[in-house]
Design a protein around this ligand. Structure first.
Ligand code: BG6
Length: 488
């Protein structure tokens, strides 16, 4: 199937860090036909060759086994084109329309990897020059707005031009193989379903910890912060994958209907829970991996008295029959002690213990999202039955783990998140994309947090780079008698 993919923001960070490397991988795996066109669009005056050379010079960010050889890049680069455009100027859209009509590919993907304040104008203009044909799909990168109202405005503007089935809202976490595995674990295996409920599960922890700081994105991050950047989208999508009911089939709307129900069942915030169940932090200078790193306020583009949070921990509850009363803890931050994302499903202790088990520990299923992709089931066993253990009246059990490492089992060569999502857009599969009503429900839920922070005199709590965030985050789970996973 022939396609043209137009990459608005074609010289931006996302394009050369994620999108073009992913398209290259897809091409290398034979998933992109040699007659496809990838058209980078930006404001700079570049020829096709300049653009190809620019991309080639940036590909050293790609892991070495995924980097193209010179010969491979030359062949891949023959798919790359460049068009200079000012996204506010109508004649530039006419030039784009002309370029796309040169050959009328079966599918046209318009990927808006630009600042979100351009989405509305870009969609209006694309519609005005007739680029909203049934062959067109539009891809929107997050953040889609900065609050519920702006999110609605963008979605309304996009839907005036495109139908919902043409709109692909990206949350790249949904493309990660580990998230696919989580859905397969829940809905492809009957084993866990009877246990997947409040009677057996005591709490759920979702942690997305990064060691990176804000790097060169200080100015963007200042107006975003961890709540909008990570919680509103990635963390809540993970929560949905854990908490949703089994969908009636694997079609996009069946899955999205169930996720929406979870988002709508999140217990709304009250002044009490806002003060008690949400912690925000901001990293200060510290040591990470043996290196001294600056604090957030010293990063380029960041105000010296910034109140932007680089860390959030919160306790959510879902008001439905399956989950009522079960705390869902979400924690995400930059410059944390480890690069580590996982979901820990903590089971309740045995109802009538006849053995002694290590204090505070119970069965736990850990879904490792990154850097490794795997599953671990934490159990107790009689262990090696050493002399002495039997001497006591009550036998002590030792913690053991059943460990499944998907990287070893299936190889590192699996399709990466952006590669998977881009191929899905080209094929018109919407399963792994977010519907407008899901996004709105997520914004509606976090908005009171944003408001309470704005009204508060207190700023985020400082935490040193290389730590696990402010101590208040430990206190948040300790109140329920719980601990974060690395604290066990
Ligand atoms: C992006 C955020 O959506 O996700 C970044 O804007 C963050 O701030 C990134 O670093 C994390 O993605 P991943 O795949 O590296 O965990």
């Amino acid at each position: 199937m022939s396609f043209d993919l137009v990459l608005f923001g074609g010289t931006g960070d996302l394009a050369w860090r994620k999108l073009l490397p992913a398209l290259f991988q897809a091409w290398r795996h034979g998933s992109i036909p040699q007659d496809a066109r990838i058209i980078g669009v930006a404001r700079d005056s570049l020829s096709n060759d300049d653009y190809r050379a620019l991309i080639a010079s940036r590909l050293d960010v790609v892991e070495s086994d995924k980097r193209p050889s010179a010969e491979e890049f030359t062949r891949f680069a023959s798919l790359l084109y460049y068009l200079r455009m000012d996204l506010t100027a109508t004649p530039d859209y006419e030039r784009l329309a002309h370029m796309l009509r040169e050959r009328d590919a079966q599918t046209v993907v318009l990927y808006l990897a630009t600042a979100p304040n351009l989405f509305t104008t870009a969609c209006q203009q694309l519609g005005a020059v007739g680029l909203n044909t049934p062959r067109t799909r539009v891809v929107l990168e997050k953040p889609l707005g900065h609050d519920l109202a702006s999110n609605r405005d963008i979605n309304a503007a996009v839907r005036r031009v495109f139908d919902e089935w043409q709109i692909f809202r990206i949350d790249h976490y949904l493309g990660k193989p580990s998230v696919q595995n989580l859905l397969a674990l829940r809905f492809g295996n009957a084993l866990f379903e009877p246990l997947w409920r409040r009677e057996t599960i005591g709490s759920v922890e979702i942690t997305i910890a990064e060691q990176l700081g804000v790097a060169k994105r200080g100015a963007f991050y200042e107006s975003t912060g961890a709540l909008r950047d990570m919680v509103q989208n990635h963390a809540l999508q993970l929560l949905c994958a854990i908490a949703m009911e089994p969908p009636i089939n694997a079609h996009a709307d069946a899955i999205r209907d169930e996720k929406l129900k979870v988002l709508r069942s999140l217990v709304p915030w009250s002044p009490i829970t806002l003060a008690r169940d949400v912690v925000r932090g901001q990293y200060t200078a510290g040591t990470l991996g043996g290196e001294q790193v600056p604090g957030y306020r010293q990063e380029a583009g960041v105000a010296p008295d910034s109140r932007t949070e680089t860390f959030v921990a919160l306790r959510a509850e879902i008001a439905n029959w399956r989950w009522a009363g079960v705390p869902f803890y979400i924690r995400t931050g930059k410059r944390m002690a480890a690069h580590e994302a996982h979901i820990a499903v903590n089971f309740r202790p045995a109802p009538h213990p006849i053995y002694r088990t290590p204090l505070g520990m119970s069965n736990r299923l850990v879904i490792h999202l990154q850097p490794r992709d795997g599953l671990a089931l934490h159990l107790f066993s009689a262990g090696s039955d050493k002399r002495g253990a039997r001497a006591a009246d009550v036998q002590s059990l030792a913690p053991v783990q059943l460990d499944l490492d998907f990287d070893t089992r299936f190889g590192k060569e699996r399709v990466g998140a952006y590669e998977r999502l881009l191929l899905d857009v080209i094929a018109g599969r919407l399963n792994l994309f977010v519907r407008a009503d899901e996004q709105e429900a997520a914004w509606r839920w976090i908005e009171p947090i944003m408001q309470s922070w704005q009204e508060s005199d207190e700023g985020p709590r400082p935490y040193p780079a290389g730590s696990w965030g402010p101590s208040a985050a430990s206190a948040l789970v300790a109140r329920d008698g719980n601990t974060w996973m690395e604290e066990c």
